[in-house]
Design a protein around this ligand. Sequence first.
Ligand SMILES: Nc1nc2c(ncn2[C@@H]2O[C@H](COP(=O)(O)OP(=O)(O)OP(=O)(O)O)[C@@H](O)[C@H]2O)c(=O)[nH]1
Ligand SMILES: [Mg+2]
Length: 377
Amino acid sequence: MNTDINIVAQKTVDAISEKIRNLQTLNIIVAGKTGVGKSTLINAVFREKLTETGKGKPVTDHMRKITKKGVPLSIYDTRGFELGKEVQSEVKNEIIETINKGLASKDVNEAVHCIWYCINNTSNRVEPEEIEWLRELTRENQITQVPIIVVLTQSFTPENAKEIRNTILDENLDIIQVVPVLAEDYEIPGITTIKSHGLDILIKIMEESLPDELIDTLNNVQIASLEAKKRRAQAAVATASLAAAGEGAAPVPFADCAMLIPTQISMIASITVIFGFNVNKSIITALLSSTLGAGGATLVGKTVVSNLLKLIPGAGTVAGGAISAGTAGVITAALGEAYIGIMELVFKGDMSIDEINTEKGKKKLFEIFRNKLKGEK
Ligand SMILES: Nc1nc2c(ncn2[C@@H]2O[C@H](COP(=O)(O)OP(=O)(O)OP(=O)(O)O)[C@@H](O)[C@H]2O)c(=O)[nH]1
Ligand SMILES: [Mg+2]
């Protein structure tokens, strides 16, 4: 394989596109009375303002499906809960029908993967009819076992959600969890602003209840938990550096270092998908040139390797003519960590995507890369 940075960057961009194309679609039903905060919740959890992109496509009398091109996510938004018992019963039947239809398709992209039932926490009580509705839904979901999460919306503090949460838990319903959240900061004019909270817990519970094949999708579409993205990305780095070390189980002569490259391309693609940003070739080129290329046009050539080895404690020198398995693993891990580090800055809004390909971005990349090689935190 050619180690020209330009060519490797192109292969990486192709690998990213392929991984994105292959993401399964995550399908979530969001139910609950009107005004409880469903749309606010959806907009706070997912990238792209899905609910502002139109009314969605009606799929049943009381459900519309909201999708957006390029986002592997469908939200089924339910309507009409406020219209009384009969309609609520229809909504329930339509949910069960949608679940069964998804299952019958035998296509993971069509299946319903999760239900959020939203209850507004500000009223400080749950209507008995909502508990009854949930009980019937869980009964009919007994065989299909779609994870149901009760989301307590507009919970200003975890404290004031405690009582209502315990009331619901005491009902022994077949649900995964009851999660209090405040999706958007809440301003009490002239007094204080309550910070949004709880969405990261919702994501964690989703991660624990969704099948593994949907976890990359979940992280790609969610913007509520940096920790979840980092955990998933770090797992990809661990896998890649183990593989790189395996590939180099016998010391790798410099001339063959290129054989490690496919492992690293796949790792970079995974991290890109997990963070869900629009990353183009110039960003990848910046990443590669400021780490493995160390400013040059070729990756891991002899000079570069010799410079990198100087940074890794105990890695030896180029005099041996080869790098060890451990060294190949360390270099791969440092590359992955540098990329995660820069993605974290973008997530937090401390750097824009385009800034990665500037002196500031490249300096930051090299700094994290070098520190990781040295074994520093
Ligand atoms: N500050 C703050 N306001 C919220 C939050 N959740 C809901 N709201 C407010 O409550 C109102 C109703 O929220 P929506 O998200 O539109 O409720 P909905 O469940 O989608 O309502 P329907 O679409 O009519 O069924 C809006 O004015 C929101 O701004 C929140 O977490 N924080
Ligand atoms: Mg709404």
